[in-house]
Design a binder for this molecule. Structure first.
Ligand code: 3HC
Length: 270
């Protein structure tokens, strides 16, 4: 997610500082951006000039102190409140008072994350979708303490980077995952109960409804661990059985079958 957000921001002309935990992670993320741009040039979707401009606007660093001149910080750390809070504390020592903090969380409470900073009014959510350079939507999330000025700035930024923003409430899942997660969990339940083969369930939704991916392929794409994590947070908050993780999902995650990124989920990936 982080590399995709950095890429679209740089492509839109913003000077982007990408901070990663170490040089290895930085090289991996920047490598992903280069590959996407190279593929884009090969497909005729990206010009050589756009490629050069995007790469020229990106600077990779490993220290929070190197982010001192940033006006907007988009955090895309794993969904762990303590890790996020530790980063905010370090960042607040480095950046100016005007700097807006944003989390790309898909499920954590924006009001709670804002409360971990000294600038809750300058804190909001921007929820992007994978693959970020291709998916047009961004959910702009207002916490209880997000100021109107911050919300306006996030809407404006989203448009500037070529996205279509919508306003989402600070409730687990926002709008997209509130609808998507029950659908994905139900697809697993249907598969568990023998409604069809995984291929047929996917084909049904792809060809019958025109979805770009069937639900089990999409689960592998999003990550089974990620889906399990989001479902648990939503179940915790709403106590509604539609968010309860199916037994198969839990077992696949325990077995490390997390989808594409682990080489196997519902399908195998070489
Ligand atoms: N540079 C520029 N453009 C590129 C490109 C590149 N490197 N690679 C692909 N493209 C363009 C293609 O040219 C094509 O454009 P066109 O429509 O104008 O012809 C378009 O992007 C689609 O690319 P492909 O034809 O190569 O690929 P597919 O048609 O197989 O689409 C996909 C791939 C966009 C991933 C599609 O399968 C899809 O939309 N899947 C669903 C993804 C989804 O649902 N994401 C959200 C997940 S939920 C989430 O992220 C939230 C989290 O909280 C869980």
């Amino acid at each position: 997610m982080g590399s995709g957000i950095a890429q679209v921001s740089a492509a839109a002309g913003f000077k982007v500082v990408v901070r990663e935990v170490n040089q290895g992670a930085l090289d991996k993320g920047l490598g992903r951006i280069k590959k996407f741009l190279d593929d884009g040039v090969a497909k005729g979707k990206v010009t050589e000039e756009q490629r050069a401009t995007t790469l020229g606007n990106l600077r990779g660093v490993t220290e929070f102190a190197d982010m001192k001149d940033c006006d907007l910080i988009i955090e895309a750390i794993i969904e762990n409140i303590d890790d996020k809070a530790a980063a905010y504390t370090a960042l607040e020592k480095a950046v100016g008072a005007h700097c807006i903090f944003v989390s790309n969380t898909s499920s954590l409470c924006i009001t709670e994350l804002a409360s971990k900073t000294q600038r809750p009014d300058k804190f909001g959510g921007l929820h992007f979708f994978n693959p970020v350079p291709l998916m047009k939507l961004v959910e702009v999330v207002r916490g209880l303490s997000t100021s109107q000025e911050t919300y306006d700035a996030l809407m404006e930024f989203s448009v500037k980077i070529g996205k279509e923003p919508i306003t989402a409430p600070d409730k687990p899942g926002f709008i997209v995952n509130r609808l998507l997660i029950p659908y994905l969990l139900d697809a697993i339940r249907c598969y568990e109960r023998g409604l069809g083969t995984k291929e047929d369930i996917d084909k049904a939704m792809k060809l019958g409804l025109g979805y770009p991916m069937g639900p089990l392929t999409l689960l592998d794409f999003v990550g089974l661990d990620t889906t399990y994590y989001i479902a648990n947070i939503m179940f915790d908050e709403f106590k509604d059985p539609m968010f309860a993780a199916p037994t198969l999902l839990k077992r696949m995650v325990l077995a490390g079958k997390n989808g594409r990124k682990s080489g196997e989920g519902f399908y195998k990936y070489s």
